[in-house]
Ligand binder design. Structure first.
Ligand SMILES: [Zn+2]
Length: 395
């Protein structure tokens, strides 16, 4: 029933043309994706060695990941390990789960996942490339409120047959009553591109299996949205294909809704000792990360509904200028004729940095911005009954 209602709402939004426009606020966050972080993290991941079950390299990679998340501002209490063994081995493997709680739907999760184990080589493309993309998403969203909760999951055991994700689904997703409520599983596996080729496309994968098939329609809808995010937030072209042979399949068989990224030009080095950075295209990996950041902002709903409504529907022709602003900001009151107004500036963490009461407002008011640091702010103009909120940039 919930899925039916959700489909209906999506259809309604699509018909109204509200479904997916470029959101400048998301674009600003995507623009902070760092090529140097992508390349540095790939180099570090590669130097950790071959990450097979039971190796010190696998444990060291887990520790490396934990330190990354902690350095981005996540707290130890947001990090969880999910331990398991398989196939008669005594080697303990661990999945790393990093949880960011949503503002409106704290118990409904967008899962962004990729495996950190490798076989036959260091796995710099398969799947260091997915991991470094997830790290950039986690870094840039750490401070950003999202309506849905997000779980960033780094699986082990993938190369031995999706063992880590299978354990997570059976022990954690299905380990509670009711089971974990998952909005979407977004999997990134092997997105590093091929050196020397023109890597300008990313394959977007939907669920086409019949076991079960009840989750296929929503996977298709979400994958279409993923493709739109690729076009809106990266220079890449989306290519539609089907999901197979990676961790999302463990969720698929549990009737969850899945989508994923996989490189369109496919490496010939996977699972060998030449799966190395020199055979990849780190600029492509950076572009994939941009698309993935935009998609995660979209799927987790990183802007409040109130802000969207105010921005797009009740504008009263108010404008704030210049943009970017430096020492002063001008407000054109548009059709707002109310006399008593308050003006506020709020930073992206929700902290109010300026408040000014304006009585007997002129049609153009000028506000001093002296002493404020540069960055992106929300400008909020409010009367007794009306409110206009717009994003402004300070130099
Ligand atoms: Zn892989």
């Amino acid at each position: 029933m919930k899925n039916l209602l959700f489909s209906f709402l999506l259809l309604w939004a699509t018909n109204l043309g509200l479904a997916q426009e470029f959101i400048p606020y998301y674009g600003d966050i995507v623009a902070q994706c760092s090529q140097s972080n992508i390349t540095t993290n790939l180099t570090e991941y590669q130097s950790l060695g071959v990450k097979k079950r039971g190796t010190q390299a696998l444990q060291n990679t887990l520790d490396w990941l934990k330190n990354k998340y902690l350095s981005y501002g996540y707290t130890a209490s947001q990090l969880q390990e999910d331990s398991y063994t398989y196939s008669g081995s005594t080697a303990v493997c661990k999945n790393l789960i990093v949880t960011k709680t949503g503002t409106l739907y704290p118990n409904t999760y967008v899962i962004v996942c990729g495996h950190y184990d490798s076989t036959g080589g260091t796995g710099t493309n398969d799947n260091g490339s997915g991991l470094v993309s997830i790290l950039e998403i986690a870094r840039l969203l750490q401070n950003i409120p999202t309506e849905y909760s997000i779980k960033f999951i780094n699986f082990s055991g993938e190369e031995d047959g999706l063992k880590g994700s299978q354990h997570f689904v059976s022990a954690v997703v299905n380990g509670t009553t009711p089971k974990m409520d998952i909005r979407l599983v977004f999997n990134l596996d092997e997105v590093g591109g091929v050196a020397g080729l023109t890597n300008d496309s990313i394959t977007c994968e939907r669920d086409t299996t019949n076991s079960p098939s009840t989750n296929n329609a929503l996977s298709s809808t979400m994958t279409n949205e993923l493709m739109n995010c690729v076009s809106l937030y990266s220079p890449l072209n989306p290519v539609l294909s089907y999901a197979y042979a990676s961790d999302y399949m463990s969720f698929q068989s549990n009737n969850e809704i899945i989508t994923g990224f996989f490189e369109t030009n496919e490496t010939t080095h996977k699972h060998t000792n030449t799966d190395l950075l020199i055979y990849m295209d780190p600029v492509y990996n950076y572009n994939v990360a941009k698309a993935a950041i935009g998609a995660t902002l979209h799927f987790s709903k990183a802007v409040t509904t109130a802000l969207e409504n105010e921005d797009f529907q009740n504008d009263f022709q108010v404008s704030f200028y210049p943009s970017p602003a430096k020492d002063t900001l001008n407000i054109n009151m548009g059709t707002l004729t109310d006399n008593a107004l308050s003006f506020r500036l709020v930073d992206l963490q929700g902290k109010e940095v300026l408040r000014k009461q304006i009585d007997n407002a002129h049609s153009i008011e000028t506000i001093s911005l002296q002493g404020l640091s540069g960055g992106v702010y929300l400008a909020v103009l409010q009367t007794k009954t009306k409110r206009v909120t717009k994003k402004i940039i300070l130099e």
